[in-house]
Design a protein around this ligand. Structure first.
Ligand SMILES: *Cc1c(COP(=O)(O)O)cnc(C)c1O
Length: 434
């Protein structure tokens, strides 16, 4: 598999380089040079495959031999060791639950796959691979959990002291093993500044074998295709026509993964992009004008993005043709007040507890269904409602809140962190000591 940078289409790199670099030096994004189409034999047998088998077939097709078969099969089965069930609200409304991974959000799919790919790519290195991340909460938890116990790797997380929730802090500080949490006496911006300084320091970067595990890493998008295949397959087994996917979106990585799946041959009825009031993409789909701007805080905070990083990839996939994109994707935006009423409506009508991100998706699904009542909607539930205890309790009462055991047990684990001043020099000195 070869990839180009969206800023210099002629400079091709192999899959390993694209994964370990995350970002090309020219600030573009890596895109596959060629997206292979699944053949007839796949579609004739896909209904009878299990999830892991199908996942392997899809991933090996797109990677085109970049990872040897046996290792790839192992990576896929270790990364996707939790289910993605399709819940039913009613005949036209299904919910694809992507929160069954260790940190309760769909980002576990991408992060777990990336961790194992990186470990394999650096298997012959003498040094450990060091993943350095700054977090304001959720990203660090997903990355830490994904790399936990992965051989040949360690994770160093910087987080602002006193500025993440109690549970988030435990997700960063209670894992131990190859995960180290640096508790910074400063803000998230300080953490980011420190991480940046370490990457820009050539000696440290080399000595520690640093990588960023950035959220736009191409290896995170690839496994995100798989649950679209799985959900569509279940509807195919039920004899239904291809579904309309509704994707609560922020940086639009999840939606880009569906575009890749579609290019590989997955049949999709339509794509609905759901956002909160950070609605740069729905606005573009309406008006053909792209106007990135600073983000605004909302209840569905993982989607508070004013300049979506994957928009460039979306444009690339549509050949920079607005008409083509707007005919495949419809966008709808909702505010916090409607998000709250949607949480109540889904609970009252269907007895289902949906989180604020899924609720934004539900509203977009209703908007689409109003004009297309015969379609089957698959709404992506991107996080577990227990991640948003305040909102859920306010709308549905505390009885509606069930904290999954894998998170509840973290509360009893001791917090272990290394306090550090908010200075790049402090981080560099600490890294240099090894
Ligand atoms: C990251 C995230 C999103 C947005 O996904 P993108 O790929 O950035 O569009 C939506 N919901 C939740 C819960 C998330 O964590």
């Amino acid at each position: 598999m070869r990839l180009y940078s969206t800023n210099s289409p002629d400079a091709l790199v192999d899959f390993g380089e694209a994964v370990l670099r995350s970002l090309p030096a020219d600030n573009g994004l890596y895109m596959p040079e060629h997206i292979p189409v699944l053949d007839e034999a796949f579609w004739q047998t896909w209904e009878s495959m299990d999830f892991q088998k199908m996942a392997y077939e899809v991933v090996s097709k797109i990677l085109q031999g970049a990872i040897p078969e046996e290792q790839l099969a192992e990576i896929v089965s270790e990364a996707l060791n939790f289910p993605a069930p399709l819940a039913t609200l009613d005949e036209h409304r299904r919910v694809l639950e992507l929160f069954h991974g260790p940190t309760l959000a769909f980002k576990d799919f991408g992060a777990r796959f990336m961790a194992r790919i990186m470990a394999w790519l650096t298997r012959d290195d003498e040094q450990l691979l060091t993943v350095l991340v700054a977090t304001s909460g959720d990203t660090g938890g997903a990355v830490a959990s994904a790399f936990h116990h992965v051989q040949g790797t360690r994770v160093i997380i910087l987080y602002p002291s006193g500025k993440v929730s109690g549970l988030q802090e435990k997700q960063l500080t209670a894992l131990g093993g190859n995960i180290t949490a640096l508790e910074i006496d400063g803000s998230f911006d300080d953490c980011q500044r420190m991480v940046k300084a370490a990457f820009l320091n050539p000696e440290i970067s080399k000595q520690c074998n640093l990588t960023s595990a950035n959220s736009i890493n191409i290896s995170r998008l690839i496994p995100q295709m798989l649950y679209y295949f799985e959900a569509a397959r279940q509807l195919a087994i039920e004899g239904k026509k291809p579904p309309v996917f509704v994707i609560p979106s922020g940086n639009f990585g999840n939606l880009t993964a569906l575009l890749l799946a579609k290019r590989m041959g997955l049949r999709v009825g339509h794509i609905v992009a759901a956002t909160n009031i950070n609605d740069v993409v729905p606005e573009y789909l309406q008006s053909a004008e792209y106007k990135p701007r600073p983000s605004v805080a909302t209840l569905s905070n993982a989607m508070d993005v004013g300049a979506p990083s994957n928009f460039v990839r979306m444009q690339e996939l549509f050949g920079n043709d607005w008409k083509a994109m707007a005919s495949d994707i419809s966008g709808y935006a909702s505010d916090d007040a409607s998000t709250r009423s949607a949480i109540r409506e889904v609970h009252e009508k269907y007895g289902y507890v949906i989180d604020p991100h899924g609720a934004v998706g539900y509203l977009a699904a209703e908007a689409w269904l109003a004009d297309h009542p015969d379609d089957t909607m698959i709404i992506l539930e991107t996080a577990h409602p227990a991640k948003f205890p305040e909102t859920i309790t306010e709308e549905l009462g505390s009885e509606a809140l069930e904290i999954p055991e894998r998170i509840a047990c973290l509360a009893d684990q001791p917090k272990v962190s290394i306090p550090m001043a908010a200075s790049p020099e402090a981080l560099i000195a600490w890294l240099a000591e090894g």
